[in-house]
Design a binder for this molecule. Structure first.
Ligand code: GLN
Length: 538
């Protein structure tokens, strides 16, 4: 293996949403399966410091890393495919780049020089790319967000140009992902937009080494030859990326065209190693041939953009496959739920997931659904806000505290069963100030949760400002809603379970962030098992 790492840059042309993240993650998996140590980084061209303050409707879910970075959802794909954690360094935005450069300027680090995009911004971009190279990796894959030709992407493309020159021949490659539109009227795949986007890249001094072409139809030899000729690449380096039924097929579709070998050869790395994808194939086989089918009602307020709950959906896919069960999601907008509509909306659901979220829109609908699921013994998992909702509902309807609430929604409630965390009370800035990242949680003896994990101590990722109010713990426990996980240092309640219900568990943390294809999450697995055993009883 090489001593200094090799760099792969993934750019996109023609249109956004081509799936650069999935192609990068698939390539990462293929290389990892051959024994290379790989990591994947995303450079986002927007000016936000991180996506933590963005509405999920903008770019989908905000993904949280172990070390507490709020990142782009593509990092979730990287972790799920590679089964390896990412970190703060794996997601960089233009906002972060400029913030660093401006801070240095204010400190006087530039010694009176004029601070400019080239070299100061591009130097900072290159530094962020090379940071990962200082760790123990053989290959760093860097996905450049946005589309070639966007004004905001220019400094990134320029940095790639400079870096490729500095790294020298065969130490880096550019993979350009493009689209071959299909004209139904003439029955043809068109190459012109790809030719133009490759040319646009060349105008910035960057030659693509490999083309990955998104297409609805298989690419014929003549089209490959044409692309190769116009885009300065060998025909073997034109790779087709056919629309797939599932993202999990993509690595195998790419491997079937020797994509990994083409990449290794271009980087002057050995192709002797054999790829071990047995577990992946086994997963796919089960995923595509389920023996059972269940419907989970996902109650949330961002349901019109399913990417808002990306990690939850993928966690269901991983756990579902492990149980040979197809998990169908019924998307339920919490704003439409009330005591008159809840039965009609939820009656087709075998299990219910109450989703995370912020702000008071749709809260009443979530509370109504928690009540319905509790009373009708429907297996229910509440995540973060979902757990807080279960708590509020229980306080109101079982403990008879009608005005119980979270102080997020009513700061004058006489029964603040969910309250702002102590160390959040002086927080003014919104960005990056929540309780974030991995925290330990001690599981309570004889609890269902401890049984599920089979461990005394777990770590899970968090993203919240409010928490269960410990003053109510005794009262809840006396009524069978028991704390089953707590922070070992502060005794904060991190999980609750209703012992009189087949499966009614709320967790303050986000289990979905840690689910991978290789390691489906135990909580999602046992949730599905609980749904299946309820189905069998019916
Ligand atoms: N809004 C709640 C809090 O800040 C829940 C957050 C979440 O669901 N991620 O505590």
């Amino acid at each position: 293996m090489s001593t200094s790492p090799k760099y792969i840059f993934v750019t996109g042309g023609v249109t956004s949403s081509l799936g650069k993240g999935i192609v990068a993650a698939s390539l990462g998996l293929l290389l990892k399966s051959r024994g290379f140590r790989v990591t994947i980084q995303k450079l986002d061209p927007y000016i936000n410091i991180d996506p933590g303050t963005l509405n999920p409707y903008e770019h989908g879910e905000c993904y949280v890393t172990e070390d507490g970075a709020e990142t782009d959802l593509d990092l979730g794909h990287y972790e799920r495919f590679l089964d390896a954690p990412t970190s703060q360094n794996n997601n960089v935005t233009t906002g972060k780049i400029y913030q660093t450069v401006i801070d240095k300027e204010r400190r006087g680090d530039f010694l009176g020089k004029t601070v400019q995009v080239i070299p100061h911004i591009t130097n900072e971009i290159k530094r962020r790319i090379k940071i990962l190279g200082k760790q123990d990796y053989d290959i760093i894959i860097t996905e450049i967000g946005g589309t070639v030709g966007d004004i905001e992407s220019l400094p990134y493309i320029e940095s790639v140009r400079q870096l490729r020159y500095e790294l020298g021949e065969k130490n880096s490659i550019v993979i350009h992902l493009t689209l071959l539109p299909y004209l139904a009227a003439s029955g043809e795949l068109k190459t012109k937009p790809s030719q133009h986007s490759v040319r646009q890249l060349m105008e910035s001094g960057v030659q693509a080494d490999i083309l990955v072409c998104r297409t609805e139809h298989s690419i014929e030899k003549s089209i490959r030859a044409k692309l190769a000729q116009f885009c300065n690449v060998p025909v073997s380096n034109v790779i087709e990326c056919l629309d797939a039924d599932s993202i999990y097929q993509v690595p195998l579709l790419l491997q079937a065209q020797d994509f990994d070998q083409v990449v290794l050869k271009a980087l002057n790395l050995s192709t002797d190693s054999q790829s071990e994808l047995g577990d992946w194939k086994e997963f796919l086989l089960k995923y595509e041939n389920p023996k059972n089918s269940i419907t989970i009602g996902l109650i949330g307020k961002y349901v019109s953009l399913q990417d808002s709950y990306k990690s939850i959906i993928e966690a269901f896919h991983h756990a579902g496959a492990s149980q040979e069960t197809e998990v169908k999601i019924e998307w339920i907008y919490s704003g439409d739920l009330n005591s008159n509509t809840v039965e009609e909306s939820l009656k087709k659901c075998d299990g219910i997931l109450i989703a995370p979220g912020f702000g008071d829109r749709g809260i009443d609908g979530k509370i109504v659904s928690a009540k319905y699921a509790r009373e009708n013994r429907i297996p229910t998992l509440g995540i973060c806000l979902g757990m807080q909702i279960m708590t509020i509902e229980f306080a109101r309807n079982v403990l008879r505290m009608e005005q119980a609430n979270s102080t997020e929604f009513d700061d004058k409630t006489p029964n603040p069963v969910i309250a702002l965390m102590e160390d959040q009370k002086n927080v003014v800035e919104k960005g990056g100030t929540m309780r974030l990242g991995a925290w330990s949680c001690k599981l309570v003896e004889d609890s269902t949760l401890k049984n599920i994990y089979g461990l005394d101590l777990i770590t899970e990722r968090h993203r919240h400002r409010y928490e269960f109010n410990g003053d109510y713990k005794k009262l809840f426990e006396e009524n069978s809603f028991k704390t089953s996980g707590e922070n070992p240092d502060t005794n904060l309640t991190e999980a609750l379970e209703l012992t009189t219900h087949p499966f009614y568990i709320g967790v303050q943390y986000h289990p979905e962030y840690k689910s991978t294809v290789e390691k489906p999450h135990p909580l999602f697995k046992s949730f599905i098992q609980a749904v299946l055993s309820q189905q069998n009883k019916a």
